[in-house]
Design a protein around this ligand. Structure first.
Ligand code: HEC
Ligand code: HEC
Length: 210
């Protein structure tokens, strides 16, 4: 699915992004090869420095800081890789990933992906839930993030993510200021109004695991 995108004709800006995506994809595939059995226990130990922000079990209680519990392993490795290579930048997050090895990325991803996501901290009205659900169907969010919006492979879980974090990420994708692994999220947000984004963040943050 990712590879087919490399084949389409592209402009110069797109070409450099495509090269970066290729590097990232090759890297992630190498990390996730069957021989690299990332250690859960190693990950648990290495994750202690992350707990202050992301929560001891990967469920964040800090507005604006994402939860990592139950995220697909491949997504966590990809996100950490993007931060480490400076493609995604954040003053709080970047210093903690700069010196991590590939083995660290794997172990941390194994640990956080095996943690259980907590029940949503956010609540909204039945009307907003119906509106949000309709947008995720009409805009095909469910095609990539899955019907339960819990993610797969390199695509993150967005159900029960922190409300402020969802809002800020969607606004940034829409404004083309959030680095985007393969460009699909920037495209997926272009048709959304600011009001749609508010409904989506409200809906997704309140959505429990199936
Ligand atoms: C000082 C607080 C802080 C610490 C410590 C920290 N992070 Fe983060 N992390 C953040 C913030 C804030 C973001 C959101 C950045 C943004 O808005 O793009 C983030 C984002 C992430 C993401 C991307 C999540 C997503 O859904 O896109 C991953 C993965 C991650 N951190 C893993 C880790 C790991 C692993 C550690 C420990 C090695 C760690 N973080 C330590 C604050 C922190
Ligand atoms: C073609 C596949 C695709 C579609 C369609 C899509 N997404 Fe995504 N989405 C992704 C990928 C891949 C990422 C990871 C991007 C990255 O971190 O570089 C992502 C990331 C996100 C994030 C950031 C989450 C985080 O933890 O950092 C949010 C929020 C999100 N998507 C919401 C949506 C919504 C809402 C829709 C529908 C309007 C949607 N997506 C449609 C593939 C898709």
């Amino acid at each position: 699915m990712i590879l087919s995108r490399f084949a389409r004709p592209v402009g110069a800006r797109q070409r450099s992004r495509t090269a970066a995506v290729q590097t990232a994809a090759v890297f992630v595939l190498a990390c996730l090869s069957p021989t690299s059995h990332a250690g859960l226990e190693e990950g648990r130990v290495k994750a202690q420095v992350c707990a202050a922000c992301h929560g001891a079990d990967g469920n964040s209680v800090i507005p604006g800081t994402p939860s990592l519990a139950g995220q697909p392993r491949q997504f966590i490795v990809t996100a950490l890789f993007m931060f480490r290579e400076g493609r995604r930048k954040n003053d709080q997050m970047t210093p903690f990933v700069e010196k991590l090895s590939n083995a660290d990325l794997n172990d941390l991803a194994a640990y956080f992906s095996s943690q259980k996501m907590a029940p949503p901290a956010h609540k909204t009205t039945p009307e907003r839930i119906a509106e949000g659900k309709a947008i995720t169907r009409a805009q095909n969010c469910v095609a990539c993030h899955t019907a339960t919006l819990t993610g797969q492979q390199h695509i993150p879980r967005i159900a029960s993510q922190r409300h402020e974090y969802l809002l800020s990420q969607l606004r940034q994708f829409r404004a083309t200021t959030r680095a985007d692994f393969d460009g699909t999220m920037t495209s997926a947000t272009q048709a959304l109004s600011q009001a749609d984004i508010e409904v989506l963040a409200d809906y997704l943050a309140s959505l429990a695991a199936p």
